[in-house]
Design a protein around this ligand. Sequence first.
Ligand SMILES: *[C@@H]1O[C@H](CO)[C@@H](O)[C@H](O)[C@H]1NC(C)=O
Ligand SMILES: *[C@@H]1O[C@H](CO)[C@@H](O)[C@H](O)[C@H]1NC(C)=O
Ligand SMILES: *[C@@H]1O[C@H](CO)[C@@H](O)[C@H](O)[C@H]1NC(C)=O
Length: 481
Amino acid sequence: MPSPTRLLALAALVVSAVALVPPGHQGLPHQSPDAATDTTPPTPDNDLIAATASQVDQKTSPPIDTPPNADVPPHLHVSSANATRRDLGRLGKRTAKPQFEKIFDGLPAGQHDASVQGTAYLTYTVVNNATYNVQACLDWCTKIDGCVFVNIFYEFNNYLLDFVFSERSNLRCAAYGDIHSAKEKLNFGGQSSYPQIGNETVPLTFITQSAGYGLSSLVDPDTPDGYDLVFGPTGGANNAPGYMGFAFIDQYDVNACAQLCNGRGVDSNGGGCAYFNIWRAVVDGVPTTYTCAMYYLPTDASTAVNFGQGPLVVTLSRGYARRDLLPDGSFESFAPCSDFCFAATSPFWIGTSPATGDLDASIFFFPPYAHSGHSSALLGAAFGDDALPGTLRPAKAIKTVKGAGYVVQCFMSSAFSGPALEAKAEVDVKWNGVRVGGTSGFTEYAFVEAAVVGTGSDQLEFVGGAAPAWTFIDDCHVYKA
Ligand SMILES: *[C@@H]1O[C@H](CO)[C@@H](O)[C@H](O)[C@H]1NC(C)=O
Ligand SMILES: *[C@@H]1O[C@H](CO)[C@@H](O)[C@H](O)[C@H]1NC(C)=O
Ligand SMILES: *[C@@H]1O[C@H](CO)[C@@H](O)[C@H](O)[C@H]1NC(C)=O
């Protein structure tokens, strides 16, 4: 026979199990001792960005030993294999024939000059040097994706230009994806290219007649696939919560920034990248780098208030939000009360139960259950009166592009009843009836992601919950991958 203390302990155990108040009766979730870290979403460290921008060196001229007409380096081409039509003009759409204007003249023939050492160098060609052939250079630029500026100049004593490359011309035409000024004429040559013969002095390269021609401004970029332009171009970079870090890219390439956002690791509190801000850093009047700042919380022009620091000026700032195919993935539009309420459906979601089940999938207005805001969804009988799995799905099928890749992202918490009772928690993420991901076992709100392929019209479902192993779901998104 158990001792009185043991009996007491058993009684306490029974009471605690009975005392578990289900979500439907506004029970409070189990509290993990270390779960109370309420993190404030981070904002950008603009001093760090400015300091780093002043140190990066992304300025180049055509290399002395590269053959003409090399492809633009592939790392600048980030669009996927099956680019759609709207991807094609990704570095700029040109409706009319581009109008180049002379930005600076070369020095008179015979005087040593310098070529541009600038950002966003793309590639170069040589044009027939029988004349100072500016037009051939401009015509060539119009065929180079992203070319908005050329630097045309003679380079003497380059052995490869003089004797090796088939074009036999020393009139170089260098293409850039940004517009440069005469103050960036910083490459004076002075390299040895001719072979050493005996004790003869090797002649050094030198440059003459280095002129610059450009468009009046950078071409407006096409909006990247899966995104919407939120604002810009303006002179203000975003300074907003939900910041996930930045990258410098070597030209103003919105698609490269979009790919960085899509591939960004997740923030454990905030989730995946949902927004990016691309801007050009001009330091002492010279384009210096292109910042791609990423956020898990979308923002807009109202927070684009960082205009630069010291010699750094923010230019061409644009914000792009990742297009969410899921209406109300945050469940926030469920708000028929201001305190506590729940229902099997909301304007955007439908919860269903097995025939003998009761409220096995529901949507709650109750801030303590939500990952953010006031509402979230619950899988598992709201009143705890059955242990059957519920199914939650968007009211409308998701419109996708057939064959395109997408990601389903959510936060899920199977913590309500504590580690022991939640050990059996299980929720499947299903895409057209097929399991593509999910969660299992005890967990506080954690990020859950599944990769899927669109068929054109797709059904997303969350299936699971077996009370008292309840699972809450919040802050879901479906993004193009
Ligand atoms: C590109 O499209 C083809 C034909 O539609 C398909 O077979 C292929 O898997 C696609 N590739 C990618 C990377 O999506
Ligand atoms: C044209 O380029 C070739 C090859 O570099 C060079 O030998 C020749 O002198 C150049 N002609 C003029 C007029 O500069
Ligand atoms: C180069 O070498 C030759 C013979 O080897 C010599 O006569 C001449 O003075 C040398 N020139 C120089 C500049 O050293």
